[in-house]
Design a protein around this ligand. Sequence first.
Ligand code: FAD
Length: 318
Amino acid sequence: MKVCDHFKAANGETLISFEILPPLKGGKIQSIFDTLDPLMEFNPPFIDVTYHREEFVYQKRKSGYYEKVATRKRPGTVGICAAIMNRYGIDAVPHLICGGFSVEETEDALIDLKFLGIDNVLVLRGDARKFEGKFIPEDNGHAYALDLVKQVQGMNDGVYLDDNLVNGSPSDFCIAVAGYPEKHFEAPNFDSDMEFLKAKIDAGADYIVTQMFFNNAKYFDFVDKCKAAGINVPIVPGLKPITKKYQLNSIPRLFHLDIPEDLSKAIANAGDAAARQEVGVEWCIAQSKELKAAGVPCLHYYTMGDVQTIKQIVESVY
Ligand code: FAD
C-alpha cells in the first residue's frame, strides 16, 4: 500500500514510522529483525530503509603507498525492504539516491522495486562522497533529487527511457522527498531551497519527510512557509533524540542544524551517561507530544542503531 494512502486512511490520526540503516556489509538480516521486532507493538504502517552510496577508503599497499578503493559499507536496501514486507506484512520505503546511479541503472532499480511489490520510494540526491568536496553525479546520472522525482513520475506515467518501448506498464510509486526546516546547507537562502522543494512537489512528489530538528517552532514555521509557497502535501517530522555528549557537536556537523541552548546545556551539565539519556529522551518525548497534539500526519523516528531509546520514547507518546 502507498504511504499516501496510509495517511488518507488514518483520517487525521498521527501515524508512527521508523527509519533504519542496513547492517554493515557481512551483517545478518536478523540484526534488522532484532531492531524492528520491539517496535512492532506500535503498529508502524511503514518502515524506511536508508541507501548508502559507495565510499572511497585508502588502503595501504605493500609498497607503502596508499590506494584509493571504492567500497559500499551498507549494501542491501532493497533486499531488506522485501524482507520487512515479507516478515511483518507492512510497507517498506527504500531510499533511492541520485549518487552512484546512471539514469539507466535508476530505471532498472525502479523495475526491481515494482516487481517486488514495493509501492513507495523516498527520492534523494545523496551527499558528497568522503574526500570529495561536493556532490558529483554519475555521467548520465541525476544532479538533483528533482530530476529523479521526474524520472519516477515518468515511469508512473508509463514513460521508459527506451524511445522504442511502447505501452510500457506504468508503475504506481508514492514518492516522498526530503525537506529542511533549517534549510539545506548548500542552499544560498531559505527561499531558494523552498523554490526547489516546491518544484519536487510539482514534479509529482506526494509527501515530505523533514530533516531532524530539536525545536518544534522550526517545524511549524517550515510548514507555514510551505503552505505559503503553495505546498499542500503531508509534511512528516523526522525525530531523533540526543543522548550522548559528543552528539552536541557531531549532529550539527553532520546534519547542519541548531541544537537549542536549553537542550545543549542540559546534556552538557548532566552528571553521567544515564542523566544525559534521561534529558534527551524527555526532550524528544515533549517534542513528539506537541507535534502529535498539533495533528502531524506521522511521527517518523530515526532509529540510528538505538532501538531501546526510541522504544522508550514511543511508549510515552502512545
Ligand atoms: P536536493 O533536493 O537535490 O537539493 C540539494 C540542494 O540543491 C539544495 O540546497 C537545494 O536547494 C538545491 N537544489 C535542488 N534542486 C536544484 C536545482 N534544480 N538547481 C539548483 N539547485 C537545486 N542520504 C543518503 O545518501 N541516503 C539516504 O538514505 C538518505 N536519507 C535521507 C532521509 C531524509 C529524511 C533526509 C532529510 C535526508 C536523507 N539523506 C540521505 C541525505 C540527503 O541525501 C542530503 O541531505 C543531500 O545533501 C540532499 O538531498 P536532497 O534530496 O534534499 O537534494
